[in-house]
Write a protein of this length. Structure first.
Length: 537
């Protein structure tokens, strides 16, 4: 059983079929596409270039599909997901509109049973969570929201029919990637837009536009080679990395490099030098450059000052990639509200009241993010061996081996789970790697007559220590980010993704597999536990 029909679930189903296995996918949404099904807010767009944000496992697929823009917008990515589902005949094993409400492992039978919102109970030997990292959307717990007379929306659960903001006074709360993408578009539609900013963010221009046919041809002529190069990068994105410290360069050299990267646009800015997320002084040079660009773009110096990110090193929250974000604040119908100076007190029936003022609005857009990485897993009651709840096991932070499995939850796999590079990378690259690893693992178990697998406690403990050790060598823990669980009140502050790079990580996963799944305990039946070494004999 696979939960989720986003890019992870679709590929997982296809991969298992390829291994001659049967699988069924349960999907809460009314269509496939996962993130791209739910995040239909105006301006939603991928921050990875189209030519790199697609499946690499099928040459036919990657050659046939044509992207229209350098960065694809949500409707086009959703069309691609649907195309894949049709092209690979995946739909006959996908149950749409079927939210899973719980899952439990039965030690006696060695099987997982899931329950759905329709009251069905379905069981299988293996359960694969393909639920995404950013699918548990979060609306802050404001007093008065239920009494708001206008419409309110979360970017991550946008109405499929769209929202017409024409002539309306609109509030957007949140200035992460979603807010920064939506704000310029909503500003064009609304009579007035109030942007409620708690933390100013770093954003780099996308310089989006129609995809250059020559560029596309060059990619398609060398797709396999370029995909392999992308997999060898730390973040799974083929961007020219400057393998030089920012501190070795002169001021003029740094300025030259940053200007060139700014002119190119996109996430490549953060690899302008090799130590931007490792060294504070190096980081400051890039942050200063971006702050200067914000001052250039925003006419009102007071507004510009409020938009300057100062509370975290650049890149320690995923940098945003925008199309006209800062320029939007030059519009007469846009007002920036600084929540640091005056926090939201409550939602009134007709607007938002901060400490100092009340803003009358017709609609509120919450671009307030997600209970990231763990939320999609812990909001479900998932019970493993001995009836233990995953949410209880992870009460002090997620514990996994390689972000693929967690001890005490036999036969439960996670695609891009906490402890894997996932959100620090090109998700497509990370998804494919996990899906293929899980497929190979299940094939291995079948070949060896094994039906049960889970990581050892020792492997999990040493992986958690390693994930933390690597994070501590970076600047990431200095930001109050959702990588750290900091956006959710009460969530433990643990750096959740693996910052060692997708290239290194892949090697570690492959080495475990090559050593007969080192770090995992496997068993033939339901009771006898054998070590990986035994299993390979
Ligand atoms: P993010 O990146 O979590 O951004 C959420 C934004 O909402 C951020 O500016 C938050 O400020 C703000 N926020 C959250 N809670 C509140 C409250 N209670 N009051 C005011 N403002 C709040 O989510 P996105 O959807 O934009 O992006 C998620 C990822 O999707 C992104 O990284 C890309 O990979 C794609 P804060 O910074 O917490 O002070």
């Amino acid at each position: 059983m696979i939960i989720g029909a986003g890019f992870a679930g679709l590929h997982m189903l296809h991969c298992l079929r390829g291994h001659g296995m049967s699988a069924q996918v349960f999907e809460a949404g009314g269509g496939v596409g996962g993130t791209w099904y739910w995040n239909r807010y105006p301006g939603a767009r991928c921050d990875i270039e189209s030519m790199q944000y697609s499946y690499a496992f099928s040459n036919d697929l990657q050659q046939e599909w044509t992207w229209t823009e350098r960065y694809a917008a949500q409707p086009e990515i959703l069309r691609y997901a649907n195309h894949v589902a049709d092209r690979l005949d995946l739909r006959r094993n996908i149950s749409l509109n079927t939210r899973v409400t719980g899952a439990a492992f039965d030690e006696a039978t060695g099987r997982w049973t899931v329950e759905t919102e329709h009251g069905d109970r379905v069981s299988a030997t293996f359960l694969i969570m393909a639920v995404g990292c950013l699918s548990a959307e979060r609306v802050p717990d404001y007093r008065g929201l239920s009494g708001f007379k206008g419409g309110w929306y979360h970017t991550g659960a946008w109405p499929a029919e769209g929202v017409d903001f024409a002539g309306r006074r609109v509030a957007v709360v949140g200035t992460g990637s979603s807010g920064i993408q939506a704000i310029p578009i909503i500003a064009e539609q609304a009579s007035h837009l109030f942007v409620f900013q708690r933390t100013a963010n770093f954003s780099v221009p996308a310089h989006n536009g129609p995809l250059d046919p020559d560029y596309e041809r060059a990619w398609k002529a060398n797709y396999d080679e370029r995909r392999a190069q992308a997999r060898a990068m730390r973040n799974g994105i083929l961007n020219p990395v400057n393998d030089r410290s920012a501190l070795e360069a002169t001021d003029a050299e740094r300025e030259y490099v940053y200007k060139a990267r700014w002119a190119t646009g996109g996430l490549g800015f953060i690899v302008s030098f090799n130590d931007l997320v490792l060294n504070q002084a190096a980081n400051d040079t890039a942050a200063d450059f971006v702050r200067a660009r914000i001052r250039d773009k925003v006419r009102d110096p007071k507004v510009a000052e409020t938009l300057l990110p100062r509370d975290h090193p650049i890149g320690t929250k995923r940098i945003c990639v925008d199309s006209g974000y800062y320029e939007t604040f030059n519009r007469p119908n846009v007002t920036l509200v600084d929540l640091r100076a005056s926090p939201i007190q409550e939602i009134t029936p007709t607007g938002i009241r901060t400490h100092h003022a009340e803003y009358a609005v017709d609609s509120i857009v919450f671009a307030t993010g997600f209970d990231a990485m763990t939320g999609p897993l812990t909001r479900l009651p998932i019970r493993g061996c001995g009836g233990r709840l995953l949410a209880d096991k992870w009460a002090d932070g997620p514990r996994t081996y390689l972000g693929l499995m967690t001890e005490g939850f036999a036969n439960l796999f996670m695609v891009t789970g906490p402890g894997s590079p996932s959100v620090l990378s090109n998700m497509m690259v990370s998804i494919e790697q996990h899906v293929e690893w899980i497929g190979e693992c299940l094939a291995f178990l079948r070949t060896h007559g094994l039906e049960r697998i889970e990581p050892t406690r020792e492997a999990e403990d040493s992986w958690a220590a390693h994930v933390d050790e690597v994070a501590q060598q970076t600047l990431f823990p200095r930001a109050a980010s959702w990588y750290m669980g900091a956006n959710i009140p009460g969530k433990p502050r643990v750096f959740m993704p693996y910052a060692g790079g997708v290239n290194v990580y892949r090697q570690i996963c492959d080495e475990s597999a090559a050593a007969g799944y080192r770090g995992f305990a496997m068993a033939a039946g339901t009771s006898v536990s054998v070590t990986a070494k035994d299993a390979t004999r």
